[in-house]
Design a protein around this ligand. Sequence first.
Ligand code: AKG
Length: 261
Amino acid sequence: MAIPLIEFDGMLARLHAGPEALSTEERGSLDRDGFVALGGALPRDLVSRLLDRLLELRRPGAVKAMHERERGCWRVDGTLDLHAEFHAAWSNPRLLAAVRHLMGAPFQPVSLNYRAPQTGFGHQGFHHDAPFLGRPPSQGYVQSIVALVDFTAEGGATRVVPGSHRFDHFPNEGMPDVEGRHAQELALSGPAGTIFVLNGNTWHAGGMNRSAVPRHSLHSSWMARTVTSEVLVNQRQPVPRGILQEIGPDAAGVLNAVSVG
Ligand SMILES: O=C(O)CCC(=O)C(=O)O
């Protein structure tokens, strides 16, 4: 649904997600590096409740199936219909302000997925997330990762290449082997509750989890309202009417989901 920017910004302002929700340094980091770490975005008690709800999905007969499409990684595609508490992971004011800063236009979440690499797994090759939007740097896609445990290099924190959001080529065109190390890569580390926000063009990769515990995380991805990519549109999920009422009209307005139930 088309929405004028001024109306969209009004919803963000009522959600306390105006530009002032970020510091000058945080906005600078998004522009310069192509990512930012928003420390303390989610309180610890919420993080542990979300983790409990996700771990319940490992029980037989759980409402939603966990899968291991990626070897050694527990994954759930789509958590927005599970409980209103999950919505706090995408409607966080500082996260919304960061997505607004990158998009410069009205947007909506694509999905909120769970990814938890187990010990000895999680390594990915470098990629950027929106090849289907055309040659980089393309517009209209943002990725964010909510740390549900402390993110450390040893624990498999996401690796990023600072400044790569400005590159005019894909990782496989710029690296001899995307599975290898990049000379400039660094690990996105931060305590549980940190939200990392990445420009959709930023080269990144999951790190190998060498710690003894799973690296639990939620990924929220974002698309500009003008983007028509079927790859993204098909990932959007309906949300139960009761949850939309619980999160309130402004969050529901940003979510822009079809209601069910
Ligand atoms: O979880 C991570 O560290 C990154 C995951 C990722 O980029 C992906 O699955 O495409």
